[in-house]
Unconditional design. Sequence first.
Length: 452
Amino acid sequence: MGVDTAVGPAEPKDGADRRREQRGWYWYDWANSVYSTTVLTVFLGPYLTSVAKAAADARGFVHPLGIPVRAGSFYAYSVSASLLLSVLAMPLAAAVADRTGRKKPLLGGCAYMGAAATTGMFFLNGDRYLLGGALLVVANVSFVVSMMLYNSYLPQIAAPEERDAVSSRGWAFGYAAGALVLVANLVLYAGHASFGLSEGTAVRICLASAGLWWAVFTVVPLRRLRDRLTPGATAPRAPGGGLRQLRETLRDLRRHPLTLAFLLAYLVYNDGIQTVITQASVFGSEELGLDQTTLIVAVLLVQALAAAGAVLMGRLARRYGAKRTILGSLVAWTAVIVAGYFLPAHAPVWFFCLAVAIGLVLGGSQALSRSLYSHLIPRGKEAEYFAAYEISDRGVSWLGPLVFGVAYQLTGSYRAAIVSLVAFFLIGFVLLSRVPVRRAAVAAGNRAPDLI
């Protein structure tokens, strides 16, 4: 697959080529969102927890690397480990991408490594909890790094006035794919006996199918996205490790304190969002006593409504501005978490109501955060700054799962774990409300849209 490399400014060109590239960009959301939905949100949490419990000792503990870990916390700790490793990997990939302009080969490599690890989850059975943890780490690191590279295309393919809409369409495209595949998952899982499959085999097929989907549809963005050499691009220097490169990025960020202030706010509130995404199925199955079919239907509701919610909140942003719309979504998130704490067990209808509320705010809060941040990035440093964004997005989102896991380990209650997440949304609201985003865009050397 050839590389169509252009040398020039980061501002996108007009016309059919730009729209074609935007459509290709949407397809990577279509490709990878199935991993986020089928693997992280629905199946892997409860299934890996059951595998860990099968390997646990009489006290309910497993011992990875000789460390006693409650089986119910193993999945949350594995997610945290993968996100910590992402902190090291993203700055290295971003340095290569910005200094060479060759983001597309890196995007493809990460996508196919993650797809291979996800497909390998078909072999996760019995008491192979360590295999599950290892595959999760590889897949999640690959996913996070590829999303950093993917997001860094946004300011290059969309003009400032377009970015809220383009970002929202990308999220909507991804959620539509997640909903479509979840319908197939639900048919397979609910009817596994009629297909001659055990429940565990049906789950493993669903996990592996997410990897195959990711691999197949990644072809489209790799054909349509273009590599760009920014002025002054050079061969990558030997960065000396992810931590050193991260320090260089943070040093540059200090020259843009308003951009850094936005990232700090996003780090806090998005940590809460990501933890809800990855731990909701465990909360539903372990604390509320809901079966897998109920969880799939709930997540299907989230996916369908998140696609519509992303488009709706994109329209609200055109009227009220992205910042005000995000702040409104954080109020809604706080209400959702409080309601979740009081949900009665064995009551699917109330869990579905909660899923509806999550779906309406999930896609929009993520899409608008991405587009708002794209205005705050100096030109020629898209990948480097989106590496910092992904560290805030997922790379430092280990804190939420860690708090969730520790709360459960100390109390034995997933309700205590879920209510602890309220603090992330309240603190994030206060921090974001204090960021002057228009002044931040101008300070980064960019032209802000009329309403931001």
